[in-house]
Design a protein around this ligand. Structure first.
Ligand SMILES: C[S@@+](CC[C@H](N)C(=O)[O-])C[C@H]1O[C@@H](n2cnc3c(N)ncnc32)[C@H](O)[C@@H]1O
Length: 282
């Protein structure tokens, strides 16, 4: 039974009711857009053979697969998601898939060398408490690598400058501003990507790095923005945020000759103290 005194999680803005094929394609566009930056940061984190890795909210599973290939046969990779539909047939024997809500119940047991979460924490009502749950399950010198969108006004202005033309910049700003508003209304955290380093430091992590990125994406009917707009249109409509009856935005997003900045993402990474120092702190 629901406890009326307990704050209920905000509905995940992109709930799981979408048609499976469209949702799978949408998750794949997220991977195509953001994987290169994630992979670049992972080359510095250097997951090694034998590592235990937890991939939270694994989506369509590309990063879980990558971690499994780096951790090798002696390693362990657990991929969690509240909606593991697209992980069931994950093409890697080294990935253990678990249906799991990161905000509730016990964490998958483990002492993790690496925990990674991308585009998940910002959709949760209390990302700070999720980080506080995750970090104690890291091994000594375990790495926490979190990525979250950052559609703050400042970041959007910087990203818009990288749009190749004015129409692309305007469409990008219009969509991203509506996403900011929608997430705020849902009790989510549209600027989390910029505050992650502070949250990681507050949890006692060391060696913190932070990077913002807004890769460019092409338009197209099955592209990043067309699928995101299709997915969010009903919610935008409910809240009067974008005139979805006006197909100006969707024709721009459907146009393969257009190029837009993707929604900016902030990535932060840090590690727990090494074993001796961690013991002295406790
Ligand atoms: C925007 S997608 C990102 C997927 C993947 N991390 C990526 O970046 O390619 C967010 C994912 O988080 C999952 N998710 C949402 N709330 C969650 C929760 N409370 N616990 C675990 N996974 C969650 C969703 O089902 C979805 O697969």
């Amino acid at each position: 039974m629901t406890d009326p005194d307990r704050p209920q999680p905000a509905p995940y803005v992109l709930d799981s009711a979408a048609r499976a094929d469209l949702e799978f394609d949408r998750l794949r566009t997220i991977e195509q857009v953001y994987d290169p930056g994630t992979e670049e940061i992972l080359t510095r984190v250097k997951p090694a053979p034998g590592w235990s890795c937890l991939e939270v909210g694994a989506g369509a599973g590309s990063i879980a697969r990558l971690l499994a290939s780096l951790a090798g046969e002696t390693g362990r990779v657990v991929a969690t998601d509240t909606d593991p539909r697209f992980l069931r047939n994950i093409a890697h024997p080294g990935v253990e898939v678990i249906e799991h809500d990161i905000t509730a119940g016990p964490l998958p047991p483990g002492s993790w060398d690496l925990i990674h979460a991308r585009s998940v924490l910002e959709h949760l009502p209390d990302p700070e408490s999720v980080l506080a749950r995750l970090i104690p399950s890291l091994a000594p010198h375990g790495q926490l690598f979190a990525e979250a969108i950052d559609v703050s006004r400042e970041t959007l202005a910087i990203a818009a400058e990288h749009a190749p033309d004015r129409r692309a910049a305007t469409a990008f700003l219009e969509f991203a501003t509506a996403v900011h508003r929608l997430m705020t209304l849902a009790g989510a955290h549209p600027e989390l990507g910029s505050t992650l380093p502070v949250l990681l430091a507050a949890q006692g992590l060391e060696g913190i790095t932070h990077q913002r990125r807004h890769p460019l994406v092409s338009g197209g009917e099955r592209g990043f923005y067309a699928l995101s707009l299709a997915r969010l249109a009903p919610s935008f409509q409910d809240h009067g945020l974008l005139d979805t009856a006006d197909d100006r935005l969707s024709s721009l997003f459907d146009d393969p000759s257009m190029v837009f900045p993707a929604l900016p993402i902030g990535a932060a990474h840090g590690h727990t103290p090494a074993v001796g120092r961690r013991q002295r702190r406790t």
